[in-house]
Design a protein. Structure first.
Length: 423
């Protein structure tokens, strides 16, 4: 029987039961952290062989370039060939950088603000700039915009991509210069953009001729099932639509090898790549090519990456299964929450009773279970319905995941019962 169907006496008893369960939860003195989507130590151990590579005397790539020296701003060709295949982009339009794709996204925004992009009338900083933000979305995308005063506009994100009707209206405004996307296993919902949604997105008629799609393929290779969602040829779709410069692709090995010592990637049209390299060359003489060469030697091929990702899946998929099972067992009968069952990525998106997410996160924190702040998956940290909570189950042990999600479920029921009785 759902919470709304309970008689007052039954609802009062439910509240009392959850208060007692919560008191027991607090008494356990838990210290659990589900705030960020980090690989576990067990996952990081998979790539420990990287620490011995490339090895003495093995510092030249297949072209004979000495990777210990300056230069090679576009990155090591051996590694770019592997990820060009995985990301579905031409190798000569793929740049390999240092460890964080977020840094490339940040640079691209700053470069656009200061210098403009191909097709722009001038630097973006001279204009009022707005970005479309499918929600729930990635908080670090939103932080970049907020840092530089770029106005963010929410649009709804469904299972197959963002609401195109909303977007079509928004792009009539010339101040709307871009959209953030996580097209495969979106953070945090796990949404997968379909080819048709993507085709329409790259085909939009926009008032801004320099409109850009920030295509963050952070989780494209992070499957949770044996069914691997194929990477879309978004650059080819954009070119066919007559907008070859529209898409900027970002990716990294952060959750493939070492989160703090991986390799990032940028891909786009020839014009955008030339623009990016021209500006990047003023900031750096080149990336860490030794690390890139080590990755190329360790991963070996696209098939080698896929084999490594299967090992990751074996470690983390059971954790996701436990999250979904515990939520179903504890909350399913009450109708107080819904949650995603992602096919890949690093998160489960939990929607609780409207107006209670902040209370749930507060209760959890006081019981020693730290979650990402309520509203963090929305621009400015403001969830209009105060209902969304992001669950990141990859880093804790399986036992700690179970403890955390069971405790979180108690907090969800307690907050929902409090609200129901107060109303």
């Amino acid at each position: 029987m759902t919470l709304t169907e309970l008689e007052p006496d039954a609802l009062t008893q439910l509240l009392a039961d959850q208060q007692a369960a919560y008191a027991e939860l607090k008494a356990r003195g838990l210290k659990l952290d589900l705030t960020r989507g980090k690989p576990s130590a067990e996952q990081l151990d998979l790539s420990n062989a990287l620490l011995t590579l490339p090895g003495d005397g093995e510092f030249r790539d297949s072209s004979g370039t000495d990777c210990r020296n300056y230069g090679g701003i576009e990155g090591v060709a051996d590694l770019r060939a592997i990820f060009g295949e995985l990301l579905g982009v031409p190798v000569d339009q793929l740049i390999a950088g240092d460890n964080a794709s977020l840094a490339i996204m940040h640079d691209v925004i700053v470069f656009a603000l200061l210098k403009g992009v191909p097709g722009a009338a001038g630097p973006w900083a001279g204009e009022k700039i707005k970005f479309i933000c499918p929600v729930p979305g990635y908080d670090r995308h939103f932080s970049i915009c907020q840092q530089y005063g770029i106005e963010m506009i929410n649009v709804d994100l469904g299972d197959e991509g963002p609401d195109l009707d909303q977007i079509r209206e928004l792009v009539k405004d010339p101040a709307v210069k871009g959209i953030w996307t996580v097209p495969t296993y979106a953070n945090p919902s796990g949404s997968i953009y379909t080819e048709e949604i993507t085709r329409q997105l790259v085909s939009l008629e926009t008032a801004a001729p320099d409109f850009r799609i920030f295509w963050d393929n952070a989780y494209a290779l992070h499957h949770l099932t044996e069914t691997e969602t194929p990477v879309l040829d978004v650059l080819g779709l954009a070119e066919a639509a007559g907008h070859p410069d529209r898409v900027l692709i970002f990716a990294s090995t952060s959750k493939i090898t070492f989160a703090g010592a991986g390799v990032s990637f940028f891909a786009s049209s020839p014009a955008n790549v030339a623009w990016y390299l021209g500006l990047l060359g003023k900031r750096t003489i080149g990336p860490n090519k030794i690390n890139q060469l080590a990755h190329a030697r360790y991963l070996g091929s696209a098939a080698g990456v896929r084999a490594l990702m299967a090992q990751h899946r074996a470690i983390i998929a059971p954790k996701f299964d436990r999250v979904e099972q515990i939520l179903a067992d504890r909350l399913g009968a009450y109708g107080v929450a819904s949650w995603t069952e992602p096919q890949g990525g690093y998160f489960v998106s939990l929607d609780v009773t409207d107006g209670t997410a902040s209370r749930v996160v507060q209760l959890a924190k006081e019981a020693g279970i730290v979650m990402t702040g309520a509203g963090s998956a929305f621009p400015y940290g403001k969830d209009p319905r105060d209902r969304n909570i992001r669950i990141a189950p990859t880093f804790p042990t399986p036992e700690d995941v179970e403890l955390a999600i069971d405790g979180l479920a108690t907090c969800v029921l307690l907050a929902a019962a409090e609200q129901r009785l107060a109303g």
